[in-house]
Every structure is written in C-alpha cells, then in structure tokens.
Design a protein around this ligand. Sequence first.
Ligand code: ASP
Length: 317
Amino acid sequence: MKTRREFLKLATLGAIVPTEIVAAARVVTKPVVLSTWNFGLQANAEAWKILSKEGRALDAVEAGAKVPERDASETSVGLGGLPDRDGHVTLDACIMDENGRCGSVACLEHIVHAISVARLVMEKTPHVMLVGEGALQFALANGFKKQNLLTKASEKAWKEWAKNSEYKPIINVENHDTIGIIALDTQGNLSGACTTSGLAYKMRGRVGDSPIIGAGLYVDNEIGAATATGVGEEVIRIVGCHLVVELMRQGNSPEQACKLAVERIVKKNPEKAREVQVGFLALNKNGESGAYCLQKGFNYAKHDSTGNVLIDSKYMI
Ligand code: ASP
C-alpha cells in the first residue's frame, strides 16, 4: 500500500487518478464518539475516558450507554424508565462490534444494565438475542442483581396517565428517547450500542427497533455505524440503520445517508410521518458524522479531540 507521501508525489507527476488523491489526502478523525440526545454529553464523556487512552470502541460505547441506564432521573432508559401500560418497566438493548459480532436483549425486566447483558449474550452464547424471562434468567445466572426499576416518579407519571388513557400506547414525539452511541477508536475500529425502556405506556410485550440489529443499530467496520431513535415501528419497517450504512457504502455522507433513510419513511407513509419522530445518527470509517430527523427537536452529542458538543440535527418537517 502506498503511503500518503508517495501518493502525493505520484499525484504531482499525474500518475494517479483524482479519486485516489482524495482518498489519500483524507484526514481520519479518531477517536470520536457520538450519542443521541442531551444525555449523550455525559455518555460521551464516559466513553471518552476509554477512547482517549486508546481503548476499544466496544468498551467505550458500553460504558457510555450505562450512564443514562443508571440515572434514575432519565425516564426513557434503564432505571426510572417509564413502564408499559400495565406498569412493568421493560428494557431493550443491543450492541455490535468491529467484527460484526452482536448481542441483544428485549423485554428484559429488573436489570439496570441491559446493555451489559446484551454484551454477554454476544460474548457468552451462540445466539444474538434473548428475550423476556430467558434474558432475565441469563442475566441472573451471570451475576446481575435483580432490582425494581420503577421509581416513585415514574410510577406517579404512569398512574396519572392511566387515569385518562384509553389504554393505547402513546406514539408521539415526546414520549421516547433512546440512547444510541457509536464510536471509532484509535485503531480505526467501529462499535455501537443502543439501550432504551422503549415507548412509554406501550402494550405489554411490545419491542421496538432498539434491540433489533439493523433497525436500531448497525455497524460495518468497512463502512460505518448508525443508530436510531424515535418511533421504533417506523424504523423497523425500513430496517433503518442497516439502510443508513448501506447508503454510506454507496458513497453518501453520513448526513445524506440519514436524510435518505428519513425520506424512505416519509415515502412509505406520509400521513404517519407527520405524527411521529424518527432520528438517525451516523459515523463513517473516516470519523465523519451526521444526523437527520423527521421533526425538529432531535439533537446529539459529539466528542472528538476538540471537545464534547451538542449539535441540533437537521430535520425534514
Ligand atoms: N426507538 C425507541 C423505541 O421505539 C424509542 C425511542 O428512541 O425514543 O422503543
């Protein structure tokens, strides 16, 4: 393989084509970590402790995802998450590494760090996904502690909701916020994690996009990584994050790929698209990143060597 210097020398002699010059001159931003929503700032800060010491992206995204999971005041992830319509807090999470290995849990109850259980599914079982009681038994067998995830505040909010509800899950732009976190480490490897308590007051047993590899998260170490937030049903229908990564493979920038995925959702169901929020966040192999969402209001945090900042996503509506 030619070094950058050799490429540039050849370029001045007119011996290579412009695309090769572009590739050789491109500066790779690494390490870098991106997380959805405001709580992404704290998640990134935790992940950065690992990435800045040349640690692995996989460890960084797990550590970052655990921050909102253990924060009882976050009502959309882990401890303190708003329950389903029957009052049960059920968690969905998945994780994927640079080797295409992945693990996932869905409808997991009583365990704060669903993301770590997902990682263990990846590392300790021949499977990708464990759900419900089986996921809980697996977690307990591996030393995780059973805990009540319904805080007083979430219980109060649920009881308030139940007074007037028609017993339908709420699907709108306010009642959801997943943490999706994607990173590129110093070695140039990508990983991602996604964890949520899902839509507030959902039907018992409902699973969204967040634990579905290809929907709520996808990583291809040759190309890039993507994660999603918003109404999971709409993301699953287009296998959103796999689509975003494939669109990057076709040469689209991360932002452009996210925009095309959002447009796909709108094209499939323009009426529905007006009522819901979906946001995609993507990172490519060069450390370039971008996002796009349906409705105004989605933001994400980005941490590289220049600092940790909150960025408003571009939006369609
Ligand atoms: N995507 C999540 C779900 O549908 C919720 C969210 O991101 O707000 O469960």
